[in-house]
Design a protein. Structure first.
Length: 733
């Protein structure tokens, strides 16, 4: 018979065991205090006197092997994420060690993993019980023991290739207890472009490296005749970005059970990157007044935008325009594992009435009727392509999908756009989801000119079939070269297949019978830049060429007006008008030099220094009507960055910035935004006023913290001059 002292000791141990089991069996994650109590009991070595508990199987600790240089992170291509958590990709196995209170007996013991996803894990796929198996069956969560060392077992765990992505809370359950880890040991699951069974699978390694792993890219802007490029820090691996991206998913309030579908995730991201409807990441602003925020042209990357949004608890960041929305979208989707690229469409139409045409209305005297001209052609517009299968659509619709986060029109009641298959856009299959009619109009609508008649009706006077959707551009794979991907969005202009696509699409628009145009065509009109592209602060010179293709004389009266426009095609105001008469002999062509003096536009420019020349005219002999619009921009100067000396990790280095003010006015309150992934955190340097035509220099010191070839970006933030930036490659030893 046991002594009284021994009996009391056994009773105390039993009560502690019951208390610990009670604490550890709470649903969900228990508090840090109760977790510590559990560890006090679990981690205390068992003594001979505690033999009563020898039969219990308790979990002492879990090692997720989450080192950035370890097997899990390297095999899952997640070693570049600046995070100490275990980050893995679905459809692929990973390993963990579990330390137990005694040796594991697979014949008698029970052990399984419990994973919980989302704020309220209830639905299918968000509470996952992972059983131990002897062999993987595939397409479901499973775990098997691959190594056993005394009281430790090593598990290989695999997830299905369609599992919801996100942050999973991990628990280990035995017959006797539940062991829940601290938040730093949560498991982050991403899409897997390396897995053949994942719907985002991309079989080209070079393309995966570009569209998933490259954290720096190029975004194009300007117009079809003057294409500009600026480097953008996507920074999808930067510290805090993965947490910010998952915060966006959680804030959307979309059920976590749907987070396994890239269609859902891209559509959700398209909605959440803009602020209307749902207090998303970025507030758009096209007013040229950015008080209370940052001018869109001053951003050089996505990292600070996403961090600021996350830190504020979801207050929209001020301000964004299309390239900023696209850059942030690329960051979010690459971070989550969906192959994504930023795409620029030059002469991008905005169809406001679902006619699938871009309509321009004139009065009886060929003056634009502004209140009717709701459609517009943006000098450029930036959106995204995302790569995925489309099992919800007919075969052949997988691959690149257009996704647009810039809030232009609503889709199913919210400001989002896509994913729309490029294959459907190219063939005019605008009835396929999502938002294919809007994207089709952006890249392949015809511009129709209408003139008001005496009875108030409108007659079609001209149809331009190759104005919209020019030089659709993205950064090339593995280089900084611009790649033209227009052929992915439409067949060659004027080809039978392209015209068939337009006619197919038009049948689903609100104006299906607008393509018959009876206007005479023996006189042509063409506008182009004359000589080198115009620089801001100087006169702009264009050429207007009128050609008589007939065997008879022609007399033409032309009306020219140039307007300052936002890059979206919206006019701010007219700055110059001209009336010109041209008389041509048979088969004769005449080129007129048309000049816009600096003094006439200097006080009118907005962000992109964009202008539009509208030329209309009439041929006296035939009554043929001529009409065209030509967009051009005034090039802004670059900031020159010059490294000073060698750059070494952990050692202070310096660069010099040089900038010349091209304007004959003082730039007030100029500031420079500087950032570089692996080089330095974003810094804003307030410089002050920059004198008329003055050249300034400043030196900036910083200490690099990552080796390799890095890009240092700088942009100017100044109300009088926008879209000024510079980039330099710096090799860090």
């Amino acid at each position: 018979m046991a002594s009284t002292e021994e009996s009391d000791r056994k009773t105390t141990i039993s009560m502690c065991t019951i208390y610990t089991r009670s604490v550890c069996s709470w649903a969900g994650r228990f508090s840090e205090t109760s977790h510590d109590l559990g560890e006090v009991v679990y981690n205390r070595p068992l003594t001979v006197d505690e033999g009563i508990r020898n039969s219990q199987l308790l979990v002492y600790s879990i090692d997720l092997l989450k080192s950035k240089t370890g097997q899990n992170r390297l095999e899952h291509h997640t070693d570049r994420y600046q995070s100490e958590n275990l980050i893995i990709r679905r459809g692929q196995s990973f390993q963990i060690w579990i330390q137990l209170s005694r040796a594991f007996d697979p014949r008698a013991d029970q052990l399984q993993l419990l994973l919980k996803l989302g704020a309220v894990p209830r639905a299918k796929g968000t509470v996952v019980s992972v059983p131990l198996v002897t062999e993987f069956q595939g397409n479901k969560w499973e775990a098997k023991i691959i190594e056993q060392n005394s009281n430790k077992i090593k598990l290989s765990v695999i997830s299905p290739p369609n599992a919801p992505i996100g942050r999973y809370e991990l628990s280990v359950i035995t017959r006797d207890t539940t062991f829940s880890n601290k938040p730093e040991n949560d498991i982050y699951l991403l899409f897997n472009p390396w897995c053949k069974d994942d719907t985002v699978f991309m079989d080209n390694e070079a393309e995966r490296n570009e569209y998933v792993l490259n954290d720096v890219g190029i975004i194009y802007y300007g117009n079809q005749n003057q294409i500009g490029a600026r480097t953008w820090n996507f920074g999808q691996f930067a510290d805090g970005i993965l947490a910010a991206c998952l915060f966006i998913l959680e804030k959307s309030q979309a059920p976590a059970s749907g987070w396994g579908d890239p269609i859902t995730i891209t559509r959700l991201t398209s909605a959440m990157v803009n602020s209307p409807d749902d207090q998303g990441v970025l507030a758009g602003n096209w007013s040229n007044n950015y008080a209370g925020g940052t001018a869109p042209t001053a951003w050089s990357g996505s990292v600070n935008i996403l961090k600021q949004y996350h830190k504020s608890g979801g207050l929209p960041v001020k301000y964004g325009q299309c390239w900023v929305f696209s850059g942030v979208t690329t960051t979010v989707l690459r971070c989550l594992g969906i192959p994504t690229r930023s795409v620029t469409n030059f002469s991008s139409a905005h169809d406001t009435d679902n006619s699938l045409t871009t309509d321009v209305y004139f009065d009886e005297h060929m003056r634009p009727i502004e209140k009717l001209n709701g459609d517009s052609i943006w000098n450029f517009h930036v959106w995204n392509d995302c790569w995925m299968a489309r099992p919800d659509l007919p075969p052949g619709m997988g691959g690149w999908q257009a996704v647009d986060a810039t809030p232009q029109e609503t889709s199913q009641g919210i400001f989002c756009c896509g994913p729309a298959p490029l294959a459907a856009i190219r063939e005019g299959l605008v009835y396929l989801k999502y938002d294919a009619p809007f994207v089709f109009a952006e890249v392949n609508s015809d511009r129709i000119f209408w003139q008001r008649q005496a009875n108030g009706s409108f007659a079609q006077i001209s149809c331009e079939k190759s104005t919209v959707g020019r030089y659709i551009s993205t950064k090339a794979v593995g280089s900084d070269r611009r790649e033209d991907i227009t052929h992915l969005y439409k067949h060659p202009e004027g080809s039978e297949r392209e015209r068939t696509a337009v006619e197919t699409a038009s049948r689903f628009g609100s104006k299906p019978n607008t393509y018959i145009c009876a206007a005479a065509s023996d006189v042509t009109l063409n506008v182009a830049l004359k000589g080198e592209e115009p620089q801001i602060g100087q006169d702009a010179h264009l050429s207007i060429t009128v050609k008589n293709c007939s065997a008879e004389r022609r007399s033409i009266s032309l009306h020219c007006q140039v307007a300052v426009i936002y890059y979206t095609g919206v006019q701010k105001g007219t700055v110059k008008k001209d009336d010109i008469s041209v008389n041509l002999k048979p088969r004769e062509a005449e080129t007129l030099v048309w000049t816009l003096p600096y003094d006439q536009y200097k006080n009118q420019l907005v962000d992109q220094a964009a202008l539009m020349l509208t030329v209309t005219g009439r041929v006296s002999e035939t009554k043929q009507v001529l009409a065209t619009q030509f967009n051009f921009r005034l090039r802004t100067p670059n900031i020159v960055i010059t490294p000073i000396g060698d750059a070494v990790v952990g050692r202070e280095t310096a660069v010099k910035f040089t900038f010349k003010n091209p304007l004959q006015c003082v730039l007030k309150n100029a500031a420079f935004h500087i950032e570089g992934l692996g080089l330095k955190a974003t810094e804003v340097i307030t410089f002050g006023d920059v004198g008329s035509l003055a050249t300034i220099s400043l030196t900036v010191k910083f200490t690099p913290f990552l080796p390799g070839l890095r890009k240092l970006l700088v942009s100017l933030d100044c109300e009088q001059l926008r879209q000024v930036h510079g980039v330099a490659d710096i090799f860090i030893k």
